[in-house]
Design a protein around this ligand. Structure first.
Ligand SMILES: Cc1cc2nc3c(=O)[nH]c(=O)nc-3n(C[C@H](O)[C@H](O)[C@H](O)COP(=O)(O)OP(=O)(O)OC[C@H]3O[C@@H](n4cnc5c(N)ncnc54)[C@H](O)[C@@H]3O)c2cc1C
Length: 581
């Protein structure tokens, strides 16, 4: 294909699935080839709808359902000359004769349609666990506009007061927020001890705190076992059901949202003999072509390579689906564009908090046997002297030897979005933690700091790589041998009064030089402060005075998130001024 697509030979392109990946492919194909015939089959009644906006419509932030329709079939016909057939389910693919069988859902009529090139962008289906009571009324998942209409009509007719969200993933948390907004009593249940599996447990604690602060009851570490009708639990007030989760007492729910994750829609592909990978998605090559010639697949239905650990994975996100659709359209017309894999850059609003992540978390790095280092930071999102500074909680993971960036998690009320995008760009570019300290980022007091949190992460990580500091992580503290180790708290008296690590001695940093004699010579020293920065200075001082010293990364703030008393302990919401050296 030439750059302007002028030699594109007209083709008959059939696309299954008319939302993110499918519509992106269709629009790009039309821009390349005016003469091609492009048919889109969509099982639901709508195409090009904003599934990412569905929770916000249910909560009332998006006021009109029409706003969820990015563009109508009529407009698409006019603008792009696309042949869009809604309420039409592709029920069979014959890859040899290059024909699909289509069921018109309004008439149940089945007809065949031939293709030159077929694109599957069929998405993923919500997981409905095969547990007792799963088919009771009042249990819903959220994938498309029809689901929204069903939930809305249940809300209008049943006037629920209590809702249980099963699953603390992205959609579950968005729904929890939106139902609180509507005044419902919300309980969120998750089988793990934390919400949001892509982030590490200590970072998830900030999210738990935000959820609880807004009245969401968290039932963690309890898997959904089933659902009982009201009489089964002897309730006098009619409820839609009781939710049974692990050992927890039954939870009453007038409405249940199942947010237990998604599974690629592969039945059609499997039946057609296409290769399905071990993760359960359609297997494609670097050009996004399936194992059958002239059949391409994109979006939630495929397995993608994770470029960090070079393994197959499933990542259901809108950005990758859109970009893949565009690549496939180009490749259909002869380009040889490759898809470089998916990093899993994701972001979410949880009430006043933004939670964002990219790349691999610690659990995945360990499973992948990749040696890594971690730095935690708790800086202000902009100059701390400028009004409105809010704390960011950041975790950056990088390769232990090379310093190549491997993953990052950022939580905060302000500025988390731009930090994660810089980190995602840096990871995509193969940059190292050292490179972050050199990035020239825009600065004026209302927007950032002369040393942006990204630079600070780079400086802290470079200190680790250069051996200027040896770190202890929060989870290593309980294993320290108190006979051989002395924990030194270098914070102010006021900070210590609000809580400290048991067994630590208190020597505020400004007094440290004068009180060196109080530090036991034969012991390993672990310094800590609120965020890890002042104690880094202390560790440098002590090391140069002949001590064997390590510094607690992320300081008291990171350690305290994982303490059982954390729910009662007030972790100061004030940003911590960081003075990286
Ligand atoms: C509530 C919600 C919120 C989300 N929020 C975000 C977000 O904030 N950020 C983000 O990055 N991602 C988000 N996502 C995920 C994102 O929407 C998906 O990753 C993306 O839409 C996947 O695109 P796709 O083309 O693979 O599948 P989809 O966009 O799901 O489209 C698949 C379509 O194929 C149709 N179909 C399936 N089988 C057939 C068949 N046999 N015949 C005809 N049609 C068929 C389906 O009806 C469906 O409409 C959200 C998803 C949901 C449900």
């Amino acid at each position: 294909m030439k750059a302007n697509g002028s030699d594109a030979k007209a083709k008959k392109i059939v696309i299954v699935g008319g939302v993110a990946g499918g519509m992106s492919a269709a629009a790009r194909a039309r821009r390349i080839s005016e003469e091609s015939q492009i048919i889109i089959f969509e099982r639901s009644g709508y195409v090009s709808y904003a599934n990412c906006g569905l929770p916000y419509y249910l909560g009332g932030e998006i006021e009109s359902q029409d706003d969820l329709i990015v563009v109508t079939p009529e407009a698409l016909k006019n603008k792009l000359n696309l042949d869009i057939r809604t309420s039409s389910e592709v029920v069979k693919i014959d890859p040899v004769s290059k024909v699909v069988s289509v069921k018109e859902l309004s008439t149940n009529k089945i007809y065949n349609e031939s293709y030159d090139e077929l694109i599957l962008s069929v998405g993923a289906a919500a997981i409905r666990p095969r547990v007792p009571g799963i088919d009771l009324p009042g249990l819903f998942s959220l994938r498309n506009i029809e689901d929204v209409e069903t939930i809305q009509s249940w809300v209008d007719s049943q006037h629920p007061r209590t809702v249980v969200i099963a699953g603390g993933g992205f959609i579950g948390l968005e729904m929890a927020e939106q139902f609180v907004r509507r005044g419902l009593d919300v309980t969120l249940v998750d089988g793990k001890d934390q919400v949001l599996a892509p982030i590490d447990p200590e970072m998830a604690q900030f999210v738990h705190k935000e959820l609880r602060m807004h009245g969401v009851k968290l039932v963690l570490g309890q898997s959904i076992k089933g659902f009982l009708p009201p009489e089964g639990a002897g309730d006098e007030i009619p409820k839609s059901c009781w939710v049974l989760a692990g050992d927890h007492p039954p939870i009453s729910a007038d409405l249940v949202i199942l947010g237990l994750g998604v599974r690629p829609e592969v039945a059609l592909a499997r039946e057609a003999g296409l290769t399905i990978g071990e993760r359960g998605g359609i297997r494609v090559n670097e050009y996004l072509e399936t194992s059958a010639a002239h059949i391409w697949a994109v979006g939630d239905t495929i397995e993608v390579r994770n470029p960090i650990n070079d393994t197959w994975t499933l990542i259901a996100l809108g950005g990758p689906a859109n970009r893949q659709g565009r690549i496939v359209a180009d490749n259909i017309f002869g380009a040889k564009k490759t898809y470089g894999g998916t990093l899993g850059t994701a972001i979410l609003r949880v009430f006043d908090l933004t939670v964002a992540c990219v790349g691999l978390n610690e659990g995945l790095l360990q499973a992948s046997k990749i040696p890594y280092e971690t730095v935690y930071l708790h800086p202000s999102h902009h100059a701390s002297y400028y009004p409105g500074a809010a704390r960011l909680d950041m975790k950056v993971l990088f390769h232990k030897e090379s310093g190549v960036l491997l993953g990052a998690q950022v939580v905060g009320k302000e500025g988390a979005d731009k930090r994660i995008d810089v980190l995602a760009t840096a990871i995509k570019a193969g940059m190292t933690i050292r490179d972050l300290s050199e990035l020239e980022l825009a600065y004026a007091p209302p927007f950032g700091s002369a040393k942006d949190p990204i630079n600070l992460a780079g400086m802290a990580g470079t200190n680790v790589l250069d051996g200027l500091v040896e770190q202890v992580q929060w989870h290593q503290i309980p294993a320290l041998d108190s006979d051989k180790t002395c924990l030194v708290d270098v914070r102010t008296k006021g900070e210590r009064d609000r809580g400290f690590i048991p067994g630590s001695v208190h020597i505020p940093l400004p007094e440290l030089r004068q009180r060196l004699s109080e530090i036991p010579k034969g012991k390993d020293i672990v310094t800590y402060c609120q965020s890890g920065q002042r104690s880094y200075n202390a560790s440098r001082l002590l090391r140069q005075s002949g001590f064997s010293v390590r510094n607690l990364s992320g300081g008291y703030l990171t350690w305290s998130t994982m303490q059982p008393a954390n729910e009662r302990m007030e972790v100061t919401p004030q940003p911590v001024q960081v003075l990286a050296k």
